[in-house]
Write a protein that binds this ligand. Structure first.
Ligand SMILES: [Zn+2]
Length: 376
């Protein structure tokens, strides 16, 4: 346990890194995958089940929580950790991304964003200062700067103006956050797919000084190839001695590719959302449990997986409860998917420590190329 949030790098292999972010609420082993607990819950999972999958940290969404039940209410009830019964670290986003993707009628200017709630149409304002206040009320351990996630594609000039405003907002976020021992503030690099803009953004953020740095503005429709092109240089521009967080990523092969390029933390709704739509991630790629090929199959999803869905249930059962729209379907498939993601992270941490990350990547891709087991 530590009073301040500290990042210790334990090993590197190529650009891939493994280490620990020590926080007063426990250690976060990196590379880390953060399940998304949008509305103070990882859907279909008890918090103790999320912890059992190996997650060290969750992500909470400022936009959703500020609208319902409100940050003030959560604060009055003892903070987000107590409210949702999750005692390990929580990272909250700034609300900016979801304002742009979910809310109606928005007005953005230098001050911030005014918008209408997607729930009841009520009017709200988010500024860097208000975002810092909300994340403080929630009790978040890792707070994100308020920024504009530059839409993709963006013309160079538009991306530049957007990035520079985000850097002014980063300074305002830093000023409003103040000195809060035990809590971290991360800056967010923008600059779309433009290398010189990414460099300018990284330099500005380093000058301000943060506890960690996110690569923002990716996974917004540019595709894996273009994302990897940016990740080939963008993380290198950020300070080596602080955690680097790639926001909103991704599919398993995105995650492995990002770690190979020096990323330490990621989050994505994919494993939990897919669990509710019958899409399952395994070592052999994606399995669609709704497919009729599973209806008489007594075998587990993945015989090597130790999650409850694979240990105790057949593909036939998982197919049946999905088709019958039984709640246990979302519960079991989400558990499996989160377990798979966390096992992937552990595999990468072990491989980086052992200096065998290249072999790990080759085996990862080879197994996926084999595809799912043959039908019965
Ligand atoms: Zn499983």
């Amino acid at each position: 346990m530590t009073a301040r949030i500290e990042f210790r790098l334990n090993a590197t292999d190529g650009k891939a890194r493994t280490g620990v972010i020590a926080t007063p609420r426990g250690d976060i082993r990196t590379p880390a995958f953060m399940p998304v607990g949008t509305a103070a819950t990882v859907k279909a999972m008890l918090p103790e089940s999320v912890a059992a999958t190996g997650a060290d940290i969750l992500l909470g969404n400022t936009y959703h929580l500020m609208l319902r039940p409100t940050a003030e209410r959560i604060d009055a009830l003892g903070g987000l950790h107590k409210f949702m019964n999750w005692q390990k670290p929580i990272l909250t986003d700034s609300g900016g991304f979801q304002v742009m993707s979910l809310s109606g009628l928005r007005k953005m200017n230098e001050e911030g964003v005014t918008f209408k709630s997607h729930i009841d149409g009520s009017r709200h304002t988010l500024t860097p200062e208000r975002s810092m206040e909300i994340q403080r009320l929630l009790g978040s351990d890792i707070v994100m700067c308020f920024d504009e996630c530059t839409p993709f594609p963006a013309e160079e000039k538009v991306a530049l103006e957007s990035m520079r405003m985000s850097m002014r907002w980063a300074q305002r976020s830093r000023d409003a956050f103040g000195d809060r021992p035990g809590h971290a503030l991360f800056g967010i690099q923008q600059g779309s797919i433009f290398r010189d803009q990414r460099a300018e953004s990284a330099e500005k953020l380093s000058d301000i000084g943060f506890d960690g740095y996110a690569v923002g503005g990716l996974a917004v429709g540019e595709g894996q190839e273009m994302m990897f092109d940016v990740l080939d240089y963008a993380p290198d521009m950020l300070p080596q001695d602080k955690p680097r967080y790639l926001m909103g990523v991704g599919k398993p092969d995105d995650i492995v590719g990002a770690v190979a390029r020096g990323i330490d933390m990621m989050d994505c709704v994919l494993p939990s959302r897919s669990g509710r739509t019958g899409q399952v991630f395994t070592r052999h790629g994606v399995v669609n449990i709704k497919n009729a090929r599973h209806q008489d199959d007594p075998r587990p999803l993945d015989e090597a997986c130790t999650c409850p869905a694979c240990r105790s249930y057949s593909r036939a059962y998982l197919h049946h409860v999905f088709r019958a729209q039984e709640m246990i379907s979302g519960m079991l498939l989400t558990w499996h998917n989160l377990h798979y993601y966390q096992e992937l992270m552990q595999g990468m941490r072990d491989a980086i420590t052992a200096g065998t990350f290249e072999a790990f990547q080759a085996a990862f891709h080879a197994q996926r190329a084999e595809g799912d087991i043959e039908p019965m």
